[in-house]
Design a protein around this ligand. Sequence first.
Ligand code: SAM
Length: 298
Amino acid sequence: MPNKIWRVVDLLDWTSGYFEQHGISNPRLDAEVLLGHLLNKSRLQLYLHFEMPVFQKHLMPFRELIKKRIEHTPVSYLTNRKEFLSLDFYVDERVLIPRPETEQLVETVLATKMDTPQRLLELGTGSGVIATSLAVHQPEWNIVATDMSEPALAVAEKNAETHACTAQITFMSGDLFEPIKQIDNPEQTQFDWIVCNPPYVKNVERDSLSPDVRDYEPEIALFAGDDGLAVIRRLIAEAPQYLAPNGKLLFEIGDTQSDPVSDLINAEPAYCACELLKDYAEKDRLVLASVSSEHSPA
Ligand SMILES: C[S@@+](CC[C@H](N)C(=O)[O-])C[C@H]1O[C@@H](n2cnc3c(N)ncnc32)[C@H](O)[C@@H]1O
């Protein structure tokens, strides 16, 4: 960045050009988000202050952000922010950056007609966006959220605190259903909903991922064995033990996984129905499997 008096507009133009040269996919947007973050202004406010000079005390840290971005550090890890269902969440390298597709999982739960407060288990909560946004929208519900990664759970707890949901969500650490096995009261081990956005990337797909994802997001949040189904397979097999009568298992899948996942559900006699839900790009993205009213969990 050459030495001169920089106005907001000059910085945005220069930075987006520089990002473009370095193969950053949304150069202008990223430049705006990073500069807005540093100046504590929204993107709209930046446009309203196009002519405003940016002084040295902001130029130095902005240079640092630019350098990290061309090394492919994701913007959300640089700003420590990600919006999810219009709520603001803290994120860092300990957690997967929540994806817009996952908002649909929460919307699907909220759109289901239910007469009583629900008991819901989220497995692999990561930053806690699913559990926390459900808690915000349904303050009567009782939610348990687990993750195998203790560092991720620390982020989830921070987000629940920000949104005043700590009394409503119990966070537990461990591999899939292991934490639930530690609960003494059998009534508390049964759930109306089990929801999960599991890792589902095949190990062999590693090289095809963008460097932003592959080199920065936690491996444990992404990869699930040679066929990408290592976690999903266990989820489908074990969930019925923890589903209350009429309970529902809802989880996200990769866009090529609907056939093998449907086969796994159909082979599991505890489920009485299975539905595939498409994302906004018309790809199969969510699986909703239900057990019957006669279902007996254990
Ligand atoms: C794809 S991320 C989803 C994070 C968050 N729920 C979201 O939707 O943004 C998967 C999460 O599952 C956790 N995880 C992976 N394998 C697990 C396992 N066997 N048991 C519990 N959690 C697991 C990871 O640590 C990660 O936080």
